[in-house]
Design a protein around this ligand. Sequence first.
Ligand code: ATP
Ligand code: MG
Ligand code: MG
Ligand code: MG
Length: 445
Amino acid sequence: NCGTHTSPPVSPPSKPIIPTPRVSRLFQPSNLREGQEGGDLTCRSQRLMLQTGLIHPSNPGCFYYLPVALRSMEKLVRLIDEEMHAIGGQKVDMPALCSAELWKTSGRWELMGKEMFRLQDRHNAEYCLGPTHEEAITELFASQSTVSYKKLPLLLYQVTRKFRDEQKPKFGLLRGREFYMKDMYSFDFSEEAALDTYQSVCRAYGRLFDRLGLNWVQVQADTGNIGGTLSHEFQLPADIGEDQLLVCQNCGFSANVETMEPGQTRCSQCRTGVLSETRGIEVGHTFYLGTKYSQVFKALIVNASNEPSVAEMGCFGLGVTRILAASIEVLSSDDAICWPGLIAPFQVCVLPPKKGSKAQEATRISEDLAQSLGNSLASLKGEVVLDDRTQMTIGKRLKDAKILGYPYVVVVGQKALEDLPIFEVLCQRSGETMFLSKEGLVDLL
Ligand code: ATP
Ligand code: MG
Ligand code: MG
Ligand code: MG
């Protein structure tokens, strides 16, 4: 009453327990009806992603990314962040709505043609939905009047939606009209320094694709409407790839056919090797831009004696949603997704026994197992899902687990009721089946 009171003792915060995600609760609507083969769909990744409720079609070339797919995408973005931070990249986020003025300044308002989504605001000012951001980033840099050489190399990047009115959106996420791209822009003092930066970004791209366990090639590429004088693409060899690549059997030199004379069969690098053809999916593209944009927007740098010069630039794209689909495309079989381990949506799926079966008593054990695995090792936090659709047989749920491609599936059956409970563990990548105790399972994972 008089305002003096003793507050209750504060107990130390307890570790939050991560609730086990349950398949029955996941919003994962399949877009292929039972029995429908999806043979009319154009590629494997699109079919598998629709079938397993990873994506849902919207307008042509636009998709809803559903919760399970988003888990993978966020993991992929985290890996990209790690690699970009490792080379000094700083993350920004630029407006998707870009003023036509900027694009007119660079001369690309006309050049981009029908691929650009254009719109007007209520005052009739013209805009586009950003298909890429060289103009915007250069203007941002130039707004600082002059930047000290001490800040260099400056590497700014973002992971955002890009908009391109593709003539033929197709292959699901591989060619969308609205898609996620990581785009990085570099600023350096000299051509030499810019080329060093260029190599360092290319190495980071190589490390990223290695970590994803993908087979990739870096090829000489055309600079297209981005411009510049030096350019490479990162390609995943695949039959459905829309790019045609030439690879020298002697020295390994590789190029997109767009950069060569038609009909060339000898390597232009070693001059002896024979070129062989493959197809590829372009997942990344790097450009040394020189001063193409910095000149126009007056992006200036000052040296130690305070003398200004025009910034040397590079730009570096990675197709985030395309990498997601392309890795499914190249690693999976027709009827089962195989993920790059690091971006699988969940690492483990636990299957409790069917309701009414002899092993039903082990249901509780399954719940406890999923809960404790998902809270034990740091690497498994939130990574263990329980397929609690226990009205379905184990066989049917195993089939679903196979299609979705969880790296590990743990079947809880009769053996889990023994004095020393034993679980059946399927390692989907190797196809191996093991019978393990809980400790054995934790060791394996
Ligand atoms: P493409 O030749 O396939 O049309 P691009 O050369 O036009 O691609 P860039 O401007 O180099 O694409 O963009 C950088 C990256 O963005 C590409 O390497 C690719 O991974 C991704 N990307 C480009 N267009 C799309 C798209 N329509 N859908 C999904 N990802 C895309
Ligand atoms: Mg294109
Ligand atoms: Mg291309
Ligand atoms: Mg390209």
